[in-house]
Design a protein around this ligand. Sequence first.
Ligand code: PMP
Length: 676
Amino acid sequence: MNIVALVQARMGSTRLPGKVLKSIVGMSVIEILLTRLSQSKNINEVVVTTSNKRQDDELQSLVESLGYRCTRGSEKNVLKRLYSAAKSIDADIVIRITGDCPLIDPGLVDECIDKFIRTGVDYLSTDPMTIPDGLDVEVMKFSSIENAYNNATSDFEKEHVTPYIRNSNLFSKELVSNDENLSHCRWTLDESEDLVVLTNIFESFYPNLLFGWREVLKLSMSRPDIFEANKGIKNNEGAVMGNGQKLYKRAKKVIPGGNMLLSKRPEMFLPEKWPSYFSKAKGSKVWDLDGNEYLDMSIMSIGTNTLGYGHPEVDESVIKAIQNGNMSTLNCPEEVILAEKLVEIHPWADMVRFARSGGEINSIAIRIARAATGRDKIAICGYHGWHDWYLSTNLNSDKNLDGHLLPGLKPSGVPRGLIGTTLPFNYNDIDQLEELIKSNNNEIAAIKMEVSRNEGPENDFLQKVRDLATENHIILIFDECTSGFRETFGGLHKKFGVEPDLAVFAKALGNGYAISACIGREKFMQAAQKTFISSTFWTERIGSAAALKTLEVMERTKSWEKITHTGLQIRQHWSKLAKEYSLDLNISGLPAVQSYAFSSNNNLKYKTLITQEMLKKGFLSTPLVFSSTAHSEDDINLYVSALGECFSLVKECENGLDVDSILEGPVCHSGFRRLN
Ligand code: PMP
């Protein structure tokens, strides 16, 4: 009988790339594993089977140089890879070992093979695990793996090789278990913390490589300290965790906070479960790293894509820009045409400066206003980015941004000398602004505000602000980073007929490509020349080319009307569902950037629950929804019917069902607090 051990290994692990070549006591993990496994008395041959990806060439070379055979096959369809390997080797009995088990114990493997032969079953394994994690063995007849290969259909069955056999009653099975349940012992290699523990273990026995697993157990009792590093990792996490969450765990080790934008942190949506990363995005759809497709009924990349993801015309323009060269010693002509177009759309403005992000362009507008007026102080209402000038609002009290989009922002690292230079006022409170201006006599350079975020202007608020600014020679700046192009072709201020002195745009302007603009009256804009505002990548071509095409498509399709219409439809459905399930729902925002919240102390839990359930149904869904022209009637209908089921669940919770009992992970973090 030909008894063959197939060691499944590859370089491309998501959690710990290249783990099988990591070094422990001067040897690679795979070499240690093969050395230990080949001590088995029952196994005729140990063979490594890896993927046919280029990155596994190195692994094959090493394995062959150590004198072992190495076969190659599909990376994802591991069942096919193992079946083909077993067939080509003429195996009668296959032992499946995974490359993350350098502590594999040949004595235990032999015990499994003996029992397998003695009982004559089709399949034997150590799962459900009572032995330590990292000693896993599966033994099967060639005919069992062949049967699985011929009949398994799901991707999961193909990737994980034996679920078809384990979940079917067509196979006779046996288990090898330990009297005491030791499955909490984590001796496998999935994460960098595991490598620390394994290194400690091998160093303790060095130069002996061939110690048994019970000796490791003894060591864990005499030296528990060296087993500490991976205590926080849950066993079998890898099998249930998506590739996105695995990558996010790695991200948090190398990127403070895990990513660059609070609004896209997985914890803001569904901690431990959110797909976190995308492999592809098109129209209203997003695909995660596991190939799952979702309909994006959430923040649409936080409002950058009013024309949907990967708009063909915009992308074509960008591709052309790339083909002609994105950067050169000379400037790109597109920026001039784009500046002229923005001025044409906003006749009160004469000149434009560009940057690439919203925070940047806000800082530029503030610098221009200070340079133009010779004054330092700024009155603000709303969120305007991460820069010192804005965060300084919270220097003397962390309550100063209460009532604005992101309350409680911490100004650590912002010079205390900026205290009192940025002064907040509340939306629709003209008396407060008037008082602020009076008490800072002739010191305020600019009033910087969002035209409307969660509520609309009341009592002619915007015109009154305009008048106050004019009377006091203060520059009025509208921050249209989020509101721009959502309700008009240009700034939201056009709808209200109030003209600022400067306005800034970002987000939607390039439909997913980085470009932001500060437009303004010449007499103020020229002050950009009294100071120094200059940056290398503000000159690249992609941003301007994308914006020019985005504006053309927006104008032609009247995208702002379409996204507002879609937003209003969604809003009506929210209200209808709330009524149907007698839930108290607050809806706010522009129709194209709107959100709902439950009037309940459980609001955050309900938000998490809905995200959790909608994700299962194939939606990236949040209470904050940015609509795009790619959202079709069908999309909305699918969304509303799925959301209805979630609202019904919320209703059950309101009627006594314990929401905690149906949440499958931690509650999401709150960040963007609503105004009301
Ligand atoms: N201003 C407003 C009104 C915004 O909504 C945002 C982003 N949420 C910004 C400025 C900052 O833009 P960015 O994130 O591109 O720096």
